[in-house]
Ligand binder design. Structure first.
Ligand code: BES
Ligand code: ZN
Ligand code: ZN
Length: 502
C-alpha cells in the first residue's frame, strides 16, 4: 500500500469484508468555479471537462456525478463531488460525506478511495483535519439505515474500508488517522442513538432499555446500577413511579458511571428522558402522530450514544449517565390530573396534565444525578411540542441556569455543526410554576411553555450548573435532511461528545 494512503475501517469485521461482493469507487472533490479540474485519467478527465463546458457540472455544493470506469483506473466507479466555492467549509465536507455514504449504499459500494486532494493538501494539517474528519463522519452518518421488520428485508451493502490519498502533503499520518477514527466513533455513536430511538414501543420497554444500558456498560467497563420499582420506592423516587404506575411495563432508573479522572471531584452528569412510549396518559394525546412517541426516549438514547463514544475514546473526565425510563399509559392504575407527587428531592408536584410527564421523571433523575456527585448537568429530552413551534425540526432549544457553562458548551457546536438556541430564563415565567397545594405545578399553560418546561427541571438542579436541551423538534424528521435520515436523528450526540472530549 502506498505510504501516502490513510486507511480507515468503517466495519472492523473481517468476515464481512470477505463475504460481500467487492465494489470500489474513487471520489474526487471539485471546487466550484475552478479551472483546475482533477486529473485521474485522461478519458475520465475529459468527461468532466465536457460536462463543465455544458454547465452540467459546476462543482456546486452536493452536485454528484458517478461514472463507470471501464477498467481505466483501479476502481469500478468514479465520483465527482461538488463542494461549492469554499474548500475549507467543514459543514460542506460533512454534507458531501453524507451524500457519498447514501450513494454508496445505492450502488452497493464496499470500498472508497478519496483521491486527488491536491487543493486541500497545500493547507496546514490543523486546517485539513476538520475537513477530512467531517467528511468521514458524514460517510458513516450517511450509511445509516433504519431497521426493517419486513419479512424478506435484508440490510444494504455497506462500505467497509475508506482510503484517503495524501499525496503531495507532509501530514502527520498517525495524528490524522486518530482524528478520523474519532470522527467515525462520533458518527457510530449517533447511529446507535438513532437505532434505539427508532425502536417501536413494544420492542423497547423500560426493562429492555435497562438491559441495553447494562450491555453497553459491560462492553465498556462502566459501573452501572438499575433500580426497579421496589428500590425506587425505598429511595423515594415518587416522580418516576407515578409516571410508570399506569403501565404493565414497569419503570426503571438507569445509571452508568465512567471514571476517567479519579483525581478530580468534577463529575459531568448526562441526564436523558427515557419515556419508551408517551400516550399522554389520562390526559391522552390525539391519535394523529401518536406513533411518533416511540421516540420519547430519544434523550436517553442520546445519553447512551455519548456513553458509547466515551467508552471508545476514554476522555480524562468523570461522567455519569442517568436515564429515568417509564412508559406513560392511561389505565386504572395510572396517575391522574390533580394528583400530588413527592419527588426524590422532597419537593412536591401538583399534576395538572399527565402528558407533561417528562419533567416529572426528570425531576427525580436530576436529584439522583446530584446525589451521585454531579457537579455539572447536561440534560437532553424530547420535552415539548412547543420547541417544534419555535424552532421546527431545525434546532434544539436550550435553557440554562449558568451562562458561563452555556458559553463553553456552545463552543462544541462549532465542531459538530448542530444547531442549538438558548432561550431566556425570565423570572415572570418561572413564577408560573407556582402551585396552591404543592411546591410546583407541571403544566403552567401555553404561553412560553418550552421555557417553563425547562425551568421546571431547573428547579431540581438547585444551583448545580445545568443545561437543558429540548430535542422535541430536532430528534425526529419526517423527511431526510442533508445530514440526518428520516425519523430519528440522534441530535446532540456529537455536540455533547465534542464538549466532553474536545
Ligand atoms: N413527549 C412530549 C413532547 C413532544 C411532542 C415531543 C411532540 C416531540 C413531538 C411531551 O411529553 C408532551 O406531551 N408535552 C406536552 C406538555 C404539555 C401537556 C404541558 C406538550 O408539549 O404539548
Ligand atoms: Zn407527554
Ligand atoms: Zn413525553
Amino acid at each position: 500500500m502506498n505510504e501516502n494512503m490513510i486507511t480507515i475501517h468503517l466495519i472492523e469485521d473481517e468476515a464481512y469484508k470477505t463475504a460481500v461482493t467487492p465494489q470500489s469507487a474513487w471520489i474526487t472533490v471539485v471546487q466550484e468555479g475552478t479551472s483546475d479540474l482533477p486529473s485521474i485519467h485522461p478519458q475520465l478527465d475529459q468527461a468532466i471537462v465536457d460536462l463543465q463546458q455544458k454547465k452540467m457540472f459546476t462543482g456546486k455544493l452536493k452536485q454528484f456525478r458517478l461514472f463507470p470506469t471501464y477498467g481505466l483506473i483501479a476502481a469500478d466507479s468514479i465520483v465527482y463531488a461538488g463542494i461549492g466555492s469554499d474548500m475549507m467549509d467543514t459543514h460542506a465536507w460533512r454534507m458531501i460525506g453524507v451524500k457519498m455514504g447514501r450513494e454508496a449504499m445505492q450502488h452497493e459500494l464496499t470500498t472508497l478511495q478519496v483521491t486527488d486532494l491536491s487543493h486541500l493538501m497545500s493547507q496546514a494539517t490543523e486546517e485539513i483535519i476538520p475537513m477530512l474528519a467531517a467528511f468521514v463522519e458524514g460517510l458513516q452518518l450517511g450509511q445509516y439505515e433504519i431497521k426493517s421488520y419486513q419479512k424478506d428485508a435484508s440490510p444494504s451493502v455497506k462500505l467497509h474500508t475508506v482510503t484517503i490519498d495524501l499525496s503531495g502533503s507532509t501530514h502527520d499520518k498517525v495524528a490524522l488517522e486518530q482524528k478520523l477514527t474519532y470522527a467515525l466513533t462520533l458518527a457510530k455513536g449517533t447511529n446507535y442513538a438513532r437505532d434505539l430511538t427508532n425502536l417501536p414501543g413494544n420492542k423497547f420497554t423500560p426493562e429492555m432499555f435497562a438491559e441495553e444500558a447494562v450491555r453497553l456498560a459491560k462492553q465498556h467497563n462502566f459501573s452501572y446500577e438499575i433500580l426497579d420499582e421496589q428500590q425506587m420506592k425505598q429511595k423515594g423516587m415518587g416522580g418516576v413511579l407515578a409516571v410508570g404506575q399506569g403501565s404493565a411495563n414497569p419503570p426503571r432508573m438507569i445509571t452508568l458511571q465512567y471514571q476517567g479522572d479519579p483525581n478530580s471531584d468534577d463529575v459531568i452528569a448526562l441526564v436523558g428522558k427515557g419515556i419508551t412510549f408517551d400516550t399522554g396518559g389520562i390526559s391522552i394525546k390525539p391519535n394523529a402522530g401518536m406513533a411518533e412517541m416511540v421516540s420519547d426516549m430519544g434523550g436517553g438514547a442520546v445519553v447512551l450514544g455519548v456513553m458509547d463514544i466515551i467508552g471508545k475514546s476514554l476522555p480524562k473526565k468523570n461522567v455519569i449517565a442517568v436515564i429515568p425510563a417509564a412508559e406513560n399509559m392511561p389505565s386504572s392504575t395510572a396517575y391522574k390530573p390533580g394528583d400530588v407527587i413527592t419527588t426524590l428531592s422532597g419537593k412536591t408536584i401538583e399534576v395538572l396534565n399527565t402528558d407533561a410527564e417528562g419533567r416529572i421523571v426528570l425531576a427525580d433523575a436530576m436529584t439522583y444525578a446530584k446525589q451521585l456527585g454531579a457537579t455539572k448537568i447536561i440534560e437532553n429530552s424530547t420535552l415539548t411540542g412547543a420547541v417544534l413551534v419555535l424552532l421546527d425540526h431545525v434546532a434544539t432549544g436550550a435553557v440554562t441556569n449558568n451562562e458561563a457553562f452555556w458559553q463553553d458548551f456552545h463552543e462544541a457546536t462549532k465542531y459538530s455543526g448542530e444547531k442549538v438556541w438558548l432561550m431566556p430564563s425570565y423570572e415572570e415565567l418561572r413564577k408560573k410554576l407556582k402551585s396552591d397545594v404543592a411546591d410546583i405545578n407541571n403544566s403552567p399553560g401555553r404561553g412560553g411553555s418550552m421555557i417553563t418546561a425547562g425551568l421546571f427541571i431547573g428547579e431540581f438542579a438547585e444551583g448545580t450548573p445545568w443545561i437543558h436541551l429540548d430535542t422535541g423538534g430536532s430528534s425526529w424528521l419526517n423527511q431526510q435532511s442533508d445530514i440526518d435520515p428520516k425519523y430519528a436523528t440522534g441530535a446532540m450526540v456529537r455536540t455533547i461528545a465534542a464538549f466532553i472530549h474536545p
